[in-house]
Design a protein around this ligand. Sequence first.
Ligand SMILES: Nc1ncnc2c1ncn2[C@@H]1O[C@H](COP(=O)(O)OP(=O)(O)OP(=O)(O)O)[C@@H](O)[C@H]1O
Length: 208
Amino acid sequence: MAALRLKAISHPLIRPLDLDIDAGELVFLSGPSGSGKSLLLRAIADLDPHQGEVWLGSEARSALAPPIWRRRVGLLPAEPFWWGDAVGEHLPHGVMDAATTQDRIGGWLGILGFERDVLDWEVARLSTGERQRLALIRLLAQGPEALLLDEATANLDPANRDQAERLIDDYRRTATAAVLWVSHDPVQRQRLGSRAYTILDGALVPEP
Ligand SMILES: Nc1ncnc2c1ncn2[C@@H]1O[C@H](COP(=O)(O)OP(=O)(O)OP(=O)(O)O)[C@@H](O)[C@H]1O
C-alpha cells in the first residue's frame, strides 16, 4: 500500500544511502559476510543506532512510536527470537479471535506444510527450518505494510524454500507491500526477477 524510502541512512559500516522501494516491489540485497546487511535492516526497523530517515508512504518513521513502526515495517531476522513456550503464543494478541485472520493463518500454515495443531507445539521442539517457516507466518500475521527479510529461506530444503517464496510473493502482491530481502542466493534473485543491489565498501551497488 505504501512505498518504503530510505533517506541518508547510515551506520558505522554503511555510508549514507538512499533507496526507494515502490509499494508492491521486491528488492534484493546481497554482499559479503559482515558487510552490514543485517545492520541495515535493523536500522530501518529502528532497532540499532543510526542516522537518517525512513518513510513509509508519507509517514516518517521518526513521527511514529517504535512499536507501531515495527508492526507496519516488519523485520524477519535471520534468527528470530521466541519468547513464549508454545508457537501460538507468538501470534499477535487477539489475532486468533478474528475468523478471517484465522482462515488466513490456516492457509499460510497449509502452504508451508503445517497442520493447525502446530500452534500448540512447544517452541523447544522446532527444527531450524520449522522455526524459520513459522517465524514468517508470525510476521505476516501482523499485517505489515513493508517487509524486511534477512535470509528468509536460508535454512529450507528446496521444496519448502519454493513454498516460502510463493507465500512471500503472494503477500507482496495482495498487500502491495514493499519488500527488502537479504539473500546470498543468486539463483533465487534471478528466479524472483527483481531489482538487486550489493553492499560493497559501505555503498549500494546495483546488480546488472
Ligand atoms: N551490536 C553490534 N556491535 C558491534 N558490532 C556489531 C554489532 N552487530 C553487528 N556487528 C558487526 O557488524 C558487522 C556487520 O554485521 P551484519 O550482521 O550486518 O553483517 P551481514 O552483512 O548481515 O553478514 P552475514 O551475511 O554474515 O549475515 C559484523 O562485523 C558484525 O560483527
